[in-house]
Design a protein around this ligand. Sequence first.
Ligand code: AMP
Ligand code: MN
Ligand code: MN
Ligand code: MN
Length: 283
Amino acid sequence: MNADLHCHSNISDGTLEPEAVAARAKANGVELWALTDHDEIGGQTRALEAALAIGLPYLTGTEISVTFAGVTVHIVGLGFDAADTRLVAGLAATRGGREARAREMSAELAKVGIDGAYDGALHFVGNPELISRTHFARFLVDSGVCDDTQEVFRRFLVEGKPGFVPHRWATLRDAVTWIADAGGIAVVAHPARYKFTPTEEYALFTEFKALGGRGVEVVTGAHSAGDAIRYAGTAREFDLLASRGSDFHSPEESRIDLGGLPPLPAGLVPVWSALEARIHTTD
Ligand code: AMP
Ligand code: MN
Ligand code: MN
Ligand code: MN
């Protein structure tokens, strides 16, 4: 099954409209799709309607920013009720800090001689409630400071580099609870990205399970083949469902296109096998 359960539209930090992401997923052979915008489900109705119109089975999705042990961790939610009031309110609260953070990021960049970053980033924003580091990265490329977004995330906007502003996101408990109570499944996104020590990573998965989390992304755009094997082991060790998603943001920026991932390693239980009743189809 070519499932792609992690990607972004311009409702968060992707560059395509939800309808265009749906069309691209279909054209690339995706057979089950979820749009997972950061801290935002405002694109879910559009994504669902676009998917159904082209015969693409759909699961609701989001990617919640969490602070765990001082590190930003992303939790993907799949198959929830997008009208759930606590989920809607929780995501709104999580988004709420982004505006002030962005202004601080701009002030930090001004200290190293980069002026107008807030307005510059805003130029790339599709949703005023969701200004992210990606939009600053696009400004820094567009204004010629960096050649590409990869260079931006080496030289700027990350801990210890200009433009980084520490931020407190949702708690792991809240994110997992919002998703689970709305009937969905919480999944640890791209675990190889966090650079935790083995002890910290064990603590993350132990606490995630205890709170009701049920899945881990094993195959995703940021993972090497070795990472996939490693987190297949984590899925078995913690008895977690395995997810698969490109984390596609943009045709120009994303290394892996929608639907372009390798299959899940053998012997895992795919997250979609536990979500059959939550999949939207036309028939
Ligand atoms: P924010 O939620 O504002 O902290 O922005 C996080 C987003 O920045 C991620 O979802 C990615 O889209 C992007 N990002 C973070 N680190 C990198 C990186 N090393 N390379 C490319 N994009 C990155
Ligand atoms: Mn992103
Ligand atoms: Mn992420
Ligand atoms: Mn993502």
